[in-house]
Each structure stands twice: as structure tokens, then as C-alpha cells.
Design a protein around this ligand. Structure first.
Ligand code: ARG
Length: 566
């Protein structure tokens, strides 16, 4: 909190000397060793040296200048060559609260990303396979990062890089031609297509020639066989509907759905460039690029001419660099693809480009159930949309028990259920595996999304139908530790968001919001907010309101709705 004043003093003093004397002086602003000497201390040696004036007149001048900045300053005390400043903490606290209330959802906006472009690649499910838990993680983390980066001033461009190309489509086409029936499938496309894919994999265990047929079918697709491309388009459109259900529920959108197929006609160019630069090597009929001793080579073209995942990603990264002019590109993808992205970066460097450092693999861990990897694969498909709906149902039961007369119970339950799932995920540092417990995550107490919504709702009900005048406050209240601590928490919002944007970690915001909610609930257990005394009441209302503003905005950055009632 005091840091903000420190940097204001530093910048303004430097500006003053520049304007008045046309000199560049670096002002150092520190904290005195002994806190009873003040909160801020400015050594003036450098100014004396540059301006060649006696110390007392330099100090006197600086003191006047600082007082003119209109900062919450209690006292200025020059000692020898130092100007020591006591900050008026209650005035400072009051100013912060006033800012929050004035700025509302813009509070915490930062410009550290101003003028910079970030491209985000997330969600990216594999069409024809079902939407996995990993894709859900990628969706939620990517969406939150997008919101956080926007808040920090970045221009963002979000891409759902659909896995809509590759041998799995060869498999689907073979399976469809062997066992599929259009009318049957259309009765329940997503499930029936998934079932076909599962059947293919089962049959292929006993009959390896099926895999050869699938590769051939995919090769035909790459050669633009129209019948196959029509089938591909149909399967893609139907499968995408499953993902869209999830996006609709979570209110997530993308700027582009250009998936792997989009790069089918853009790979030759990059393969030619690899060839020209002498990087491409023949290996058993396939084409590879050696990447050094610490990494296996990248397989660029299969011996049958088929393209690979990395070939498409390589074409995509150049296309995106050109098209979106990114300063940073984020791939929100599971830990298991670490090597893939290391190879991608090495390829970029080997080709003589200097932007590999802008490529970030924003990795994440697995979901575990009882210590084992949770899976939606192979027949025992737990549909994610069902998991989400279960969370919503559990939320509904809780709301119904607590507040049976509530209007819009259904809608509120939807937002609470989603908060449970999203927060239950994002509160964990993304790189780690997560043990997920649905029942726990839906609870209104503990480290949950619904707990944060509930805290915000508590404040809303305290403030309901009340008006207050922020200019008529008792600022001396902020000298009390429980008041001051809560303001300090509120004031840390912006640096928290900036830290989350630097670490690319929504969990930083989750932890912060839990602390804020806890501090508020502690405050509320000590202090009756709606009191007789008008000035005290105004102060309390303003403080509570500022906490709600920050909680709500923090939730928004995670992709969670705040509520007025629940
Ligand atoms: N579809 C891929 C998968 O599910 C993820 C794609 C990630 N993005 C990328 N540009 N490789 O494994």
C-alpha cells in the first residue's frame, strides 16, 4: 500500500527536478531502518551533488514540493541528509476505499501489457473423441488467463485449435464405412460417433490391418478426396456440438476455431523452408529434423507422406506470428506434451528465427480420483457435461435447503455449480495434479467458489436498500488493526492480478480472494456493520462495498459469476 506512495513521490520528484533544473536525478525512496523515524525515507545526497546547493536549502525545497503532491502525509521530518516521511495511514486507507468505489469493476486495471499482443491456444479438443477432463482444464485455465491478461491491458486473441485432422479421422471414416449408418447415427450423433471410434480401437487390437486402412484413409483426406472430406466435415460439425454445450454453459467464446485442418494447405511452405535450410533429413523413408543431443528428432513427414501433429503446429506458429503479431503465444496444454513444445521451440530456433522465447507452454497436471488418473476414455465415458450438471444439481439442493423461497433458484444453482467446478480447478497451481472432490467443491464453506460467492452475497444483503455517503466517514477507524488489515488486503488486488499475469497462474487470484473473504468474515465477526452512528456506518458500508467490488471482479477474472442472492 505504502509502495504506491513511494513510487508517486519518486516519479513526481524526478519530474520536478527535470522540469525546474533540466537535470536527470534518480531519487531513491527507501524505508527507514527504524520505523519510529517514519514510513518513507529519501536520501538527498544525489540532489545536493547535482544541483551544487547547500543541503538545508535542498531539503527545504524538496519538503515544500512533496507537500504539494497532495498525498496522505502526516508529517515530514528532515534528519541530516534524509527526508523522513510519516504516512497518514487512515487517510491513505480512506483514499483507497474511495478509489475502489469510484472505479468499480475497473479497479485493479493495469497497463503492464499495454500495446502488447498475446495469442492464446486453449481448449482444443480432439474432434471425434470425447471432450476430456484435460480439455476442460485447458478451457478453464485458458479462459481465465485471457481475462487476466485483458485486465492487464494486453490485446488478446483466443484460438480453439481443434484437433480436427490426423489419423483419428482416418479411423472414423473406416469405421463409418464398415459399421456406420447415417440415420442411426443422427439419432444421437455424439454418442454414436464416439461409440464408432471406440469400436474401431477395440477391433484394431485383433486386426492390425485396420490401422493401415485408417492411415490410408487419412492420406486420401490429405490428397483432398472429396467423399472423405464431406464425411470429415459432417463428423467435425456433429462432434463440435458436444464441445459447444460445454462452452455455452461456461459462457466461453473464442476468436477463432481454426484447428489443425486449417493448416493442411499451409504445411508445404514450411516443409520447403526446412528443406531449403538443409534441416530435413531422410530417415527410413520419413523426413525428420535433428534437434540436438538432448532431444529426440522431430518427425515432420511420415514415410507414406502423411503429416504430423508437430508439422501442423509448426505451420500454425508461423501463420499466427504473421497474422496476429504476437509478443507472446500461450499454449494451454497438459504436462504430457512438454517435449512436443520443446521441440517446437527448438525447430523455430533451428530455422533461424528469434521468437522461440515468446512461445510458452502453459502446462497443467492431471485430475486424480483416489490417486489415479481420471479418464473419459474407453467406453466408461463419464460425460463432462454430466459432471457439470451433477455439480449444478448438488448446488440446487443446497440452495433449496437454505433458502427455499429464493426466486430464480435454477439460474443461481447453475452459477454456483459452475463456480464449484471452476474454482475447484483453478485454486490449484496449474502444473500440479489435482485431486478433485465434487461434493467438497460445492460446499458454501471451505476453500470453494461458492464460499466466495456466498461472502459477496452476505455483503450484498448487508447493503441491500441502503445508501451511504462516502464523504462523511470517520477515517480514524482505519487506525484499528482489523480495519487497516482489510483495506491492505483490498489494496493488494492490482499487484495480485499483475503477478497472476506474469506467472500465468489464475491460482494466484484464487488464493488472494480466499484471504480477502476470510479477512472480511473475520472483520464482520468483530464489527457490527450497520450501526447507529452515521459516520461509523458510512465507513463500514464503504469498506464492505469495496470488498464486494473486489470479490466480484476477482471472480469474473476466473470465469465465475457473482450473485446478489443465493
Ligand atoms: N488437440 C490437442 C490434444 O488434445 C491439443 C492441442 C494443443 N494445441 C496445440 N497447438 N498443439 O492433445
Amino acid at each position: 500500500m505504502i509502495n504506491q506512495i513511494k513510487s508517486l513521490i519518486k516519479n513526481n520528484l524526478e519530474k520536478y527536478y527535470k522540469e525546474k533544473y533540466n537535470v536527470e536525478i534518480t531519487i531513491v525512496v527507501e524505508e527507514p531502518k527504524n520505523s519510529n523515524m517514519g514510513d518513507i525515507s529519501i536520501p538527498m545526497f544525489s540532489v545536493v551533488k547535482t544541483l551544487k546547493k547547500p543541503m538545508p536549502s535542498i531539503i527545504e525545497e524538496a519538503k515544500e514540493v512533496i507537500l504539494g503532491f497532495d498525498l496522505p502525509i502526516l508529517e515530514i521530518n528532515p534528519i541530516n541528509a534524509f527526508i523522513n516521511i510519516f504516512v497518514d495511514k487512515s487517510k491513505l486507507a480512506y483514499q483507497i476505499i474511495k478509489n475502489v468505489i469510484n472505479e468499480e469493476q475497473n479497479y485493479g486495471n493495469s497497463d503492464i501489457g499495454k500495446g502488447k499482443n498475446v495469442t492464446l491456444d486453449y481448449s482444443s479438443p480432439n474432434i471425434a473423441k470425447s471432450f476430456s477432463i484435460g480439455h476442460l482444464r485447458s478451457t478453464m485455465i485458458g479462459n481465465s488467463l485471457k481475462l487476466i491478461l485483458k485486465k492487464c491491458g494486453y490485446n488478446t486473441y483466443s484460438i480453439n485449435y481443434l484437433g480436427d485432422w490426423g489419423t483419428q479421422f482416418g479411423k472414423m471414416i473406416v469405421a463409418y464405412k464398415k459399421w456406420g449408418n447415417y440415420d442411426e447415427i443422427m439419432k444421437d450423433p455424439i454418442n454414436n460417433l464416439t461409440a464408432l471410434y471406440v469400436k474401431f480401437n477395440e477391433e484394431a487390437l485383433n486386426d492390425p490391418t485396420l490401422d493401415d486402412e485408417a492411415r490410408e484413409a487419412f492420406r486420401q483426406m490429405e490428397l483432398k478426396n472429396q467423399e472423405y472430406l464431406d464425411l470429415w466435415k459432417w463428423i467435425r460439425d456433429e462432434s463440435l456440438k458436444e464441445s459447444k454445450q460445454i462452452y455455452d454453459l461456461l459462457e466461453i467464446d473464442f476468436d477463432s476455431y481454426n484447428g489443425e485442418a486449417f493448416y493442411n494447405d499451409k504445411m508445404d511452405e514450411v516443409i520447403n523452408e526446412l528443406e531449403q535450410k538443409g534441416l530435413l533429413k531422410e530417415d527410413d523413408g520419413a523426413k525428420i529434423v535433428d534437434l540436438g543431443d538432448d532431444m529426440p528428432p522431430a518427425l515432420i513427414k511420415r514415410s507414406d507422406g502423411g503429416s504430423l501433429y508437430i508439422t501442423r503446429d509448426l505451420a500454425a506458429v508461423f501463420y499466427r506470428k504473421k497474422e496476429y503479431k504476437f509478443d507472446k503465444i500461450l499454449y494451454v496444454v497438459g504436462n504430457e506434451q512438454k517435449l512436443h513444445f520443446e521441440q517446437l521451440k527448438r525447430l523455430i530456433t533451428k530455422m533461424g528465427y528469434d521468437f522461440a522465447d515468446e512461445v510458452n507452454h502453459v502446462n497443467f497436471g492431471l485430475y486424480l480420483t483416489n490417486g489415479k488418473k481420471a479418464s473419459t476414455r474407453k467406453g466408461n465415458v463419464t460425460k463432462l457435461i454430466d459432471v457439470l450438471n451433477t455439480a449444478i444439481k448438488l448446488a440446487y439442493d443446497q440452495i433449496d435447503a437454505k433458502n427455499p423461497d429464493l426466486e430464480n433458484k435454477e439460474e443461481i444453482a447453475k452459477y454456483v455449480g459452475i463456480a464449484a467446478i471452476v474454482f475447484g480447478d483453478l485454486k490449484n497451481y496449474r502444473g500440479l495434479d489435482v485431486e478433485f472432490n465434487l461434493e467438497q467443491s460445492v460446499k458454501f464453506e471451505g476453500q470453494t467458489g461458492p464460499y466466495l460467492q456466498y461472502t459477496s452475497v452476505r455483503i450484498a444483503s448487508i447493503l441491500k436498500d441502503k445508501t451511504f455517503d462516502i464523504s462523511n466517514c470517520d477515517t480514524s477507524l482505519f487506525e484499528k488493526p482489523h480495519y487497516f488489515e482489510l483495506v491492505k488486503e483490498v489494496a493488494a488486488f492490482k499487484t495480485t492480478i499483475e503477478r497472476a499475469s506474469i506467472e500465468l497462474a489464475p491460482s494466484v487470484i484464487c488464493k488472494y480472494l480466499l484471504n480477502l473473504a476470510q479477512s472480511f468474515n473475520k472483520f464482520y465477526s468483530i464489527e457490527k456493520i450497520n450501526v447507529e452512528d452515521e459516520k461509523i456506518r458510512n465507513t463500514n458500508f464503504a469498506l464492505a462495498k469495496s470488498v464486494r467490488i473486489v470479490l466480484n471482479e476477482g471472480l469474473r477474472l476466473l470465469g465465475i459469476h457473482y450473485l446478489d442472492e443465493m
